[in-house]
Write a protein that binds this ligand. Sequence first.
Ligand SMILES: Cc1cc2nc3c(=O)[nH]c(=O)nc-3n(C[C@H](O)[C@H](O)[C@H](O)COP(=O)(O)OP(=O)(O)OC[C@H]3O[C@@H](n4cnc5c(N)ncnc54)[C@H](O)[C@@H]3O)c2cc1C
Length: 482
Amino acid sequence: MSRTQASVLGLIALACAHFARAKIDERDFDAAGVIERDVAIIGGGAAGTYAAVRLREDLNTSIIVIEPKNWLGGHVDTHVAPETNTTLEYGVQSYMQYGPTVALFERFGVEFGSFTSRRLATLNVDVETGKTLDYTAPALNDTTEGLERWLQFVEKYDSLVEPGFWNFPSPDKIPAEFLMPFGEFARKQKIEAAVPRIVTISGVGVGDLRILSTLQVVQAFGLAVTKGVVEGTFIQPKVSNSLLYQRAYELLTDDIRLGSTIQETERDPTGVRIIIQSENDQVKTLIKARKVLWTPYPSQGNLKPFDQDAKELQVFEPWTPEWDYVGVASIPCIPENTSVQYMPRAVEPSDHLAIRDHPYFLTLGTTGPPGLHLFRVMLGANFSVTHEEAKAMVTSSVQKLVEAGTVNHTGHCEVDIKALSAHNGVLWPRGSEALEQGFVQELYSLQGHRSTWWTGRSWCEEYSSNVWAFTETVVERLLKSL
Ligand SMILES: Cc1cc2nc3c(=O)[nH]c(=O)nc-3n(C[C@H](O)[C@H](O)[C@H](O)COP(=O)(O)OP(=O)(O)OC[C@H]3O[C@@H](n4cnc5c(N)ncnc54)[C@H](O)[C@@H]3O)c2cc1C
């Protein structure tokens, strides 16, 4: 059997399995257990919260938000150090003044100011041994020049990718630079010196940055974020990044189901039916909606109860998973005002493009307040890492610094992880092959298919401001389809 025949048979089998599944029976629910709305929004992070506010408050559309955590905000993580009552942001750090961002903060009375990152002494260490690396990071001028060249490039093509990829050209018209492996592009365009900054901010390229298509790096580090870095125009809420979401929750409480997970779904062109279960009381509720807006990352695990059809499976199955953790840890053996960057030895003496040549990266950066030895933890991996394994990786990586004599400490360094949260995701298929086979067009052809609309960072450039701007374009189209 040829590969094509096998895949056709596979698709038929999947479609049959889909239709053979039992139908949701409304008679299993009493009247209080059925909710009818225009739009069911899955996920209450940046995209879901924004869509909920716009649809219900401005666009006269009834909604319900389904969110498994007990709070809104997605990648926003705020920790308060009890010793000093200091607020520490260990998830989302700052925002670009792009799209609806400023208007959104103003709408919810969230005061903001300029974002300034802490000046820290950088310690580049070997991820394997914890020994100091003989690596010379790019000079500031070279980084700036590299970023300015990158800015010119992303500016040239911004209308193809932002907000979202609605206008992305068909495979035969994709700009050649987008398809180029990023390593080749970076050398040709002389932007290597900007690479450490690009990867530190975006986390892109764990395992090997060079093999990504340049488009994937654009998705992770496009025009708005590059401008924010070059012009120094990032902003940050004064009280905390969580405040926006707390206020949105206060406004929308009646239409938000926190601690709820999807159990089963039926979607077709006439509408959607979703059974959700609350983790607190185990009660099941049936949601009947005319449309559903999906916002979390579309991994197979997440989509399992979402009743994918063959068309959706074909698009979503080949994505690459990534494991990301951020947290706050007290690490008494690392001097304060330090950023420890765990990197592969391959970067020596100054191969900036090799910075992600390892299956995982770890960064530990002082957060303040002074005296508490608190560090923000950022761990990214291209292999499966559980919560407990992430903690163990942080602890053992710190111990490597002690054993290698990189930090001045004897014995065991008592690492106390105060907070740690997972920010796993899935990335578009790597390299240029999928793009050349029309991946973007196939992805976007799912918009509206089976009464389902899609938004979130998997569909556009990945920062909150880009996600909000893109969500606006989805909401506009969704409304027309109601
Ligand atoms: C560590 C980290 C730091 C970042 N820092 C910044 C930054 O400083 N500035 C910036 O602009 N951007 C930052 N980003 C980018 C960030 O992705 C966006 O800002 C934004 O959070 C993306 O919004 P979203 O709605 O797509 O995803 P999220 O905000 O993650 O929201 C998705 C929501 O869906 C929920 N969910 C997950 N699975 C399911 C399911 N099966 N069913 C129902 N709900 C589900 C999640 O709990 C979550 O609440 C950062 C990302 C990470 C990972």
